[in-house]
Design a protein around this ligand. Structure first.
Ligand SMILES: C[S@@+](CC[C@H](N)C(=O)[O-])C[C@H]1O[C@@H](n2cnc3c(N)ncnc32)[C@H](O)[C@@H]1O
Length: 264
């Protein structure tokens, strides 16, 4: 089931801004992948799980192809309609990635970004993408993380465990989707290449900037996990101090998969 984020009244603009920043911060990993799969020379592209449309907008700007963007959340699609308003080569539709409303062998390229981690049944999603992809067409799944490979120092065992996947699992996601990508793509009958998108370690300044604009999200997770306000204050003090001292290190791998649908 597609998720529906609950945004308190009056905070929609801030939420949209956050999604836009998120897309900006991941563009350095994603944009080379669009080149790799030959986006520029395609005619018909499907972006599955487009959400608020910021990533779709990046894709639309890089090609003259028609981009069909699909998502299960009517709420996020309302945001996407605004974001994609000026992209004349995009069209939006509501639908389930596990039952794509398209005929077999339709699209030259199918993209999805950070979708499989949240899909109820990621194998069915990949099978569906393979079905609607043309023979010799490509499927790109980008930014699928694996929290099991997360490295963070200095450590705080209680909090690190939460951010190393527990919080994702509680929200219904699969924090270990990265390691499963190859299996999912091979099972769907695709000629598969797997890679890691983010091989650069962010500086403490970049990590701090990211933390500060995502602070509400972090604090909410800690509160939901039952930490007291004192524990949260103490954690945040130490977390920010190690960033200001320039000693903190954060990394967690984001995998991608490229699948080619074999000839008929
Ligand atoms: C983390 S968001 C990523 C959105 C966008 N691709 C991006 O990178 O900004 C995951 C998206 O997948 C959608 N989604 C999850 N399961 C879905 C399904 N079965 N059918 C359609 N959309 C789904 C959610 O509604 C959400 O918009």
């Amino acid at each position: 089931m597609a998720f529906k984020p609950v945004i308190p009244e009056g905070q929609l603009d801030a939420f949209i801004k956050k999604l836009e920043l998120q897309a900006l911060e991941t563009s350095e990993e994603r944009l080379p992948l669009y080149k790799k799969v030959g986006l520029k020379n395609t005619h018909l592209v499907l972006d599955v799980g487009c959400g608020s449309g910021f990533v779709t907008r990046d894709i639309a700007r890089l090609t003259k192809a028609i981009i069909v963007a699909i998502d299960g959340s009517a709420y996020l699609l309302d945001v996407a309609r605004k974001i994609l308003d000026h992209c004349i080569n995009t069209t939006i539709c509501k639908g389930d990635a596990q039952k794509l409303p398209f005929t077999d062998n339709t699209f030259d390229l199918i993209t999805c970004n950070l979708l499989l981690m949240w899909a109820d049944d990621p194998q069915t999603v990949v099978n569906e993408m393979a079905r609607v992809c043309k023979h010799k067409g490509k499927i790109l799944a980008s930014l699928e993380p694996d929290y099991g490979g997360k490295i963070h120092w200095p450590e705080n065992r209680k909090v690190d465990a939460l951010f190393a996947g527990e919080a994702i699992r509680k929200k219904g996601g699969d924090p270990h989707i990265g390691r499963k990508l190859r299996t999912l793509f091979i099972n769907a009958g695709l000629e598969t290449t797997i890679g890691i998108g983010n091989n650069r370690i962010w500086s403490c300044e970049e990590d701090k900037k990211y933390y500060l604009h995502s602070r509400d999200f972090y604090i909410k997770i800690l509160r939901e996990a039952g930490l007291s306000e004192t524990e949260i204050d103490q954690w945040e003090y130490e977390f920010l101090r190690s960033l200001d001292e320039g000693v903190q290190l954060n990394f967690f791998p984001q995998f991608y998969a490229i699948g080619i649908k074999p000839k008929a």
